[in-house]
Design a protein around this ligand. Structure first.
Ligand code: 7TS
Length: 410
């Protein structure tokens, strides 16, 4: 099983109960981590433990259980703060996921800051959740969207980006890693150039945080979002990081309980950060278990994870490149562990269905990134996305499955 002498792959796999499941009589080969990652026992057990031993609503009870749940939730906020190296825990807002985080910024920051003629820069690589919220706020405010192109390898074109930047640029919102292609965007350079024009920057970190250590202070990024479920944590919980001064100047996104200071029918005042942006009862057990997922990742370490996943990506890419009926879509020099491809004259959905019969889970479709598909003039791709528990043996199963598809369609 081992792909790298020092990497404790057997122990890691044993941490994920679902990996011992059979699918159609075959061992599950889970290569759809880009859509959602599986959960280690520590995370699964933490969810039960919260409900069994320390559950009540948070931030409102003087009673013991409410205090316990509040303390556990706030400890998870500190873990998320440290995970991103944010300067203050107030800068960590719990949201449902990246989608809600981006909608929050587009709506709240956008309403307060965008005027007709202001420009928002996105890239062709964006997931729909980093396109549509900006289109919605652009329509409301009269702001204009500009799009950074990519080259045939799927690389973000920094030169073209520079040409789009101007004093009219108010927001640059780009992905850190492309979910469809795996391209790692040179975000440090993107941010440096945006700052030189006085623009704010939001990074969509969904596909980055499971693979790359992130330091929001070193990046000097204004907003950073990610979803817990791609980080081996629960679904329904994610993080929006924002610089304190920006968050303080932004109006609330949703109104309700938790986010107020004092309510009267004449005038309502709002709570301090982070609660101003956390209306309603949060996903308490999910937040606490997200903290557990962060602990789990830190326990393995990003250097080890990155080396392991790089080995898997290279091993898989080498084998697929050697097959002459395969087109790899996205061949950037710097890629996270995502491999998108098509088999000549076979529809990706047929590939996915046949692979599923071998117990192999891959995603097929447009990956909620239709502009990327349009750029490569394809309707869809097959995408294998690797996680920290995948193995070279599983890549071999994928390659055999692909060969079977080729034989069936020959
Ligand atoms: N941004 C990126 C880069 C993503 O990959 C995704 C989800 C999102 C935003 C939205 O995240 P959510 O948790 O709010 O839904 N990407 C995928 C994917 O690639 N396959 O399924 C979901």
């Amino acid at each position: 099983m081992s792909t790298n002498g020092a990497y404790p792959i057997d122990r890691i796999r044993a941490d994920f109960p679902i990996l011992s499941e059979q699918v159609r009589g075959k061992p599950l080969v889970y290569l759809d981590n880009g859509a959602s990652a599986q959960k280690p026992s520590a995370v699964i057990e933490q969810i039960s433990r919260t409900y069994e031993t320390e559950y009540a609503n948070v931030h409102r009870g003087v009673h013991y259980m409410s205090q316990m749940a509040t303390d556990a939730m706030e400890a998870a906020r500190v873990k998320a703060q440290e995970f991103l190296n944010a300067a203050d825990e107030k800068e960590v807002i719990f949201v449902r996921g990246a989608t809600e985080g981006i909608n929050l910024v587009a709506s709240s920051w956008g309403r307060a800051n965008l005027k007709p003629g202001d420009e928002i820069i996105l890239s062709v690589l964006e997931h729909h959740s980093n396109i549509v919220p900006w289109q919605m706020i652009a329509e409301q405010t009269g702001a204009i969207i500009k799009v950074v192109p990519i080259d045939d390898a799927g690389e973000f074109l920094v030169d073209e980006y520079e040409k789009l930047l101007s004093p009219r640029t108010k927001m640059v919102a780009v992905t850190h890693v492309s979910n469809a292609l795996g391209t790692v965007v040179p975000v440090k350079e993107v941010i440096r150039l945006a700052k030189a024009q006085g623009s704010a920057v939001l990074l969509d970190g969904c596909q980055a945080v499971p693979h790359i250590p992130v330091d929001v202070q070193a990046l000097d990024v204004d907003f950073y979002v990610f979803s817990g479920h791609k980080l081996y944590g629960p679904s329904g919980i994610g993080v929006l990081y924002g610089k304190q001064a920006l968050l303080e100047a932004m109006p609330p996104y949703q109104g309700g309980g938790e986010m107020i200071d004092r309510v009267t029918f004449e005038k309502t005042t709002y709570a301090e950060l982070p609660f101003k942006f956390e209306a309603g009862t949060p996903h308490i057990a999910g937040i606490i278990a997200l903290g557990t997922a962060i602990d789990y990742l830190n326990g393995i370490g990003f250097d080890a994870i990155a080396a392991h996943e790089h080995d898997l990506l290279t091993y898989a890419t080498d084998q697929l490149s050697a097959m002459n009926t395969i087109d790899i879509v996205g061949t950037a020099a710097d890629k996270a562990a995502i491999l998108s491809f098509n088999i000549k004259d076979v529809h990706p959905h047929d590939v996915g269905t046949i692979l599923d019969h071998d117990g192999i889970a891959v995603r097929t479709g447009h990956h909620c990134a239709q502009p990327v598909m349009d750029r490569f003039d394809v309707a869809a791709t097959v995408r294998a996305s690797f996680g920290l528990y995948n193995t070279r043996d599983e890549v071999d199963v994928l390659v055999s499955g692909i060969k079977r598809v080729q034989e069936m369609f020959a």
